[in-house]
Structure formats: structure tokens, C-alpha cells
Design a protein around this ligand. Structure first.
Ligand code: B1M
Length: 211
């Protein structure tokens, strides 16, 4: 599809001024919002990640692509909301300590929120102590959603889960984890309640765990 292709190119080239118009055009042409997101945007991010790995592009290129994607998601957001609002349980979300990647976390947050849950987002690079303090200050939070995008921050994710489990006042809170290097096996090994591979399955997991 030509419109999706255009979205993909605009993300890959970091066209911050053009991306919103291009996404709107794709929507106007009748493209499925999930396809624009998955094929157009996430596909382009995967491609830029590959080019980074092979040394064809550097961190600044990843950064402008990320900025373009964020702008594009703003246009997509109202179209991604799922209709069936759920219980309204409370969820805490963040990217773990040492990790600055937030696009996936933001998508997960957005989808959980639009499914009817109340989401508190602590942002990126969040130390475990801050997570525990927030859970203690907000005893009605039923689930914490942790994102990690780097193999080097998987230990940080593991430490965060362990710290939550070891602190009696918050150990009952359900834990959902995800992010590109994370697997279901890893989740099981570190004692998380669930693993989700993408934003849509994160919503399914949250519903199963606390709705
Ligand atoms: Co970075 N980066 N990055 N980066 N970056 C990756 C992750 C990498 C795979 C690229 C590569 O080499 N191919 C690689 C990691 C390699 C590894 O660990 N094995 C990498 C690296 C190495 C780095 C640096 C170390 C580079 C450097 O400085 N030398 C550095 C680390 C900084 C840090 O965090 N301390 C770094 C920096 C950056 C930028 C800041 C420039 C930028 C991030 C900007 C931002 O987020 N605001 C960036 C980007 C953009 C990427 C890539 C290209 C794209 C990430 C992205 O946004 N994808 C990425 C390559 C790639 O992912 N293919 C890469 C789109 C997003 C929607 O997908 O986040 O996977 P994702 O989220 C998905 C799922 O994973 C899942 O749902 C989402 C939707 O489907 N999901 C969850 C995510 N969280 C979830 C939580 C859940 C459930 C599901 O429940 C709680």
C-alpha cells in the first residue's frame, strides 16, 4: 500500500514536519490504523534499528525517527482506542532503570488507558525504589507494567521485579513485563505474572490479571 509506504519512509527519514499530514492522508485513504502503526511505523523503526546495527546510521538518526514516530502516533491515537471500556482498575507503567526507550511503553500505556484503566506513567529510567514508593503511596494500584528495550537492562527489570516481590507492602501487586528482548520464559524465570509481546496483547494480559 502506497500510503503505508509513505508513512514508513517519513519515519525512516525522520520527517517531523511532514509525518502528521502523511498519517492523516493514510487515514483519509481508508488505511487501517493498526496497519499504519504496525507495518508503517513499527516496521520503519525495526528497519532503522537494523541499519543502526550494521553501522549504516547512528544514534541521531534513531532519535529523529523516534521523534517522527511520536508525532505520527498523536494523529493515530484517537483511532486506536478500543471500544470496550473495562473496570477502571489502576495501573502503574514505566521503562526500567538504565533504559531510555519509551515509544513502546507509550503505546502500551495508551492502549491500556483506552481499554478503560487508569494509568500512571512514571516515564523512563525509573529506579526500583521510586516504583515501590509510588505503589506504597497509591495502594489502589493493582498492576505494574514494566518495559525494557535493551539486553543490558534486562537485569534491571529482574531486580525491579525482585524488589517488588520482596517488599511485603507491595508484593501482591501484579506485574506485567514486555519489550523487544523480553520473552515469556524470561518473565517466568524472574517471577513476573505475565509477559506481552505487543501493546494489544498487553491489554489482554491486564484484563486477565485485574479486570
Ligand atoms: Co535504541 N536500541 N539505543 N534508541 N533503539 C534498540 C532497542 C536496538 C535493538 C537497535 C539495534 O541495535 N538493532 C539496540 C538494542 C540492542 C540490544 O539490547 N541487544 C539499541 C541500542 C543499542 C541503543 C543504545 C545503547 C545506542 C547507543 O547509545 N550506543 C542507546 C541506549 C540508551 C538507553 O536506553 N540507555 C539507544 C538509544 C536510542 C534512542 C534514544 C536514540 C532511541 C529511543 C528514543 C525513544 O524511545 N524516545 C532509540 C531507538 C528509536 C531504537 C529503535 C530503533 C526503535 C525502538 C522503538 O521505539 N521501536 C530500536 C530498534 C528496534 O526496536 N527495532 C533500538 C518501536 C516500538 C513501538 O517498539 O519499543 O519494541 P518497542 O515496543 C513494542 C514491543 O516491544 C512491546 O510493545 C510495543 C508495541 O508493539 N512492548 C511491550 C514494549 N514495552 C512493553 C511493555 C509491556 C508489553 C509490551 O508490558 C509492560
Amino acid at each position: 500500500n502506497e500510503n503505508i509506504q509513505k508513512v514508513s519512509e517519513a519515519i525512516a527519514k525522520g520527517k517531523r514536519k511532514l509525518i502528521q499530514g502523511i498519517v492523516q492522508e493514510a487515514l483519509d485513504a481508508g488505511c487501517d490504523p493498526m496497519e499504519i502503526l504496525n507495518t508503517g511505523m513499527i516496521g520503519a523503526m525495526d528497519a532503522i534499528g537494523e541499519r543502526f546495527k550494521t553501522g549504516e546510521v547512528y544514534v541521531p538518526e534513531m532519535l529523529v525517527a523516534a521523534k517522527a514516530m511520536k508525532l505520527g502516533v498523536e494523529v493515530l491515537k484517537p483511532h486506536l482506542a478500543s471500544g470496550d471500556a473495562a473496570s477502571g482498575g489502576k495501573v502503574l507503567i514505566c521503562t526500567v532503570h538504565g533504559d531510555l526507550h519509551d515509544i513502546g511503553k507509550n503505546l502500551v500505556s495508551m492502549m491500556i488507558e483506552s481499554a478503560g484503566f487508569e494509568v500512571t506513567d512514571l516515564g523512563v529510567d525509573v529506579p526500583k525504589d521510586k516504583i515501590i514508593k509510588t505503589l506504597q503511596d497509591n495502594p489502589d494500584i493493582e498492576l505494574v507494567a514494566l518495559s525494557a528495550l535493551l539486553t543490558t537492562t534486562m537485569p534491571s527489570l529482574e531486580e525491579t521485579v525482585a524488589a517488588i516481590r520482596e517488599e511485603d507492602s507491595v508484593s501482591h501487586v501484579k506485574i506485567l513485563i514486555g519489550g523487544a528482548p523480553i520473552t515469556a520464559d524470561f518473565g517466568e524465570a524472574i517471577g513476573a505474572d505475565a509477559y506481552a509481546s505487543d501493546a494489544a496483547s498487553a491489554v489482554t494480559s491486564v484484563k486477565e490479571l485485574i479486570a
